[in-house]
Design a protein around this ligand. Structure first.
Ligand SMILES: *Cc1c(COP(=O)(O)O)cnc(C)c1O
Length: 383
């Protein structure tokens, strides 16, 4: 239950909506204006200032879902991530990153940070002690991602938040895989929750967007940085994102149900070596996931038996399409070793447990029997 005591579905549908005073229409009008009256220096409305009506609508909806005071919509998940990180880091600072994080975030860190003399460490594991042991005197930020991509590992959000408070660090989480329906990290003490809204918040594989949610004080700081960096979301995209979020809670419930069903069925399939899904009691962090999440999500991974070829399995799939992205209404698959994690060395991949036979499945909203049926026929038809 969020602060305004309304249920998630109600918040998804109604929160933040713009009243159409002119015609009384049922939905938010789109305000495309880039020019508004200049009232005074403090009160300027402009898209890059993150304060147009449609931007504020998305911000209010996401903030309420995240139990946050404030939120900001960006033009991509990476715009939200990079702007948030650069807001709280400067030359000479250090940041601790979880070792298993989204490939794009990894590239941002290793390709850009040293140019700005920002130091960073990746943890060796996901236990709180792995994070604490990387903290230095100049550490300013701690950054996690849970469930992680592609192995759906779970980091103890509350423990990391406490660690951040103890060492006076800003704590950030990439909450994309869970969505605010399955995980509300601010309730567990995290400062900033970030999403690639290109994924579940958008949900229909047709929107590029990102959001960050947190206290008004921190989000205002990110907003001022964002005005310099210019990663704001267009009003038209805000309208589409608002429309998508109306069904977010409904979609996530179904993603959760379908992924649980598929992961249980695949666990019993002799062609599958191992299934990674936090909703399985056999998952190494199942209890922790149960404790800190409201649902286990629509993402899962599995290792094919070593006598099967991943490329052949993917080709055999009839309905489920290989795709770089995830979290749409349609089920999609990828082979992380060739896509999201292709730029890591074979040794780095091996260290992270990402083998060539690992398949990541974004379980969509089709009938679950049809999703499973496609996987089973693709396995059966491998030579
Ligand atoms: C896709 C993704 C991102 C990046 O989002 P973009 O919208 O592509 O910039 C960040 N984190 C996670 C976990 C993602 O899946």
């Amino acid at each position: 239950m969020n602060q305004n005591n309304k249920g998630k579905h109600t918040v998804c549908i109604h929160e933040g909506q713009i009243k159409d005073k002119q015609f009384g229409g049922a939905i938010s009008p789109i305000y495309m204006a880039t020019s508004y009256p200049f009232l005074d220096v403090e009160d300027k409305r402009y898209p890059r200032y993150f304060n147009t009506p449609n931007q504020q609508t998305v911000a209010n909806k996401v903030a309420t879902l995240e139990n946050a005071e404030s939120a900001l919509p960006f033009s991509s998940g990476m715009a939200a991530i990079s702007t948030s990180l650069f807001t709280f880091l400067k030359s000479g600072d250090h940041v601790v990153f979880q070792n298993e994080i989204y490939g794009g975030s990894h590239h941002l860190i290793v390709e850009e940070f040293s140019k700005y003399c920002i130091e960073f460490s990746f943890t060796k594991g996901l236990d709180p002690i792995d994070f604490e042991s990387e903290i230095r005197s100049n550490t300013k930020v701690i950054y996690i991602e849970t469930p992680s991509n592609p192995l759906l590992s779970i980091t103890d959000v509350k423990a990391i938040a406490q660690l951040a408070k103890k060492h006076q660090l800003v704590s950030m989480i990439d909450n994309t895989f869970a969505s605010p329906i399955n995980q509300t990290p601010l309730d567990l003490g995290i400062d900033l929750s970030i999403h690639s809204a290109t994924k579940y918040l958008g949900g229909h594989s047709d929107i590029s967007a990102g959001v960050v949610a947190g206290s008004k004080e921190m989000v205002d700081k990110i907003m001022y940085k964002g005005r310099n960096f210019g990663g704001n979301l267009s009003d038209f995209m805000c309208f589409l994102l608002e429309r998508s979020i109306k069904t977010l809670a409904l979609r996530i419930e179904k993603h959760n149900e379908n992924a649980q069903f598929i992961s249980e069925a695949l666990s019993k399939n002799p062609s599958i070596e191992k299934v990674y899904y936090p909703g399985l009691t056999t998952h190494k962090n199942h209890d922790l996931a149960k404790d800190q999440m409201h649902g286990f999500g629509g993402m899962l991974s599995f290792d094919l038996n070593e006598n099967l070829k991943a490329s052949e399995f993917l080709q055999n799939l009839a309905m489920i399409k290989p795709s770089m992205s995830l979290a749409g209404v349609e089920s999609t698959v990828i082979q992380p070793s060739l896509t999201s994690h292709a730029l890591l060395s074979a040794k780095e991949r091996e260290e992270q447990g990402i083998g060539d036979n690992l398949i990541r499945l974004s379980v969509g909203l089709e009938n679950k029997e049809d999703i499973l049926g496609d996987i089973e026929q693709a396995l059966k038809n491998c030579t």
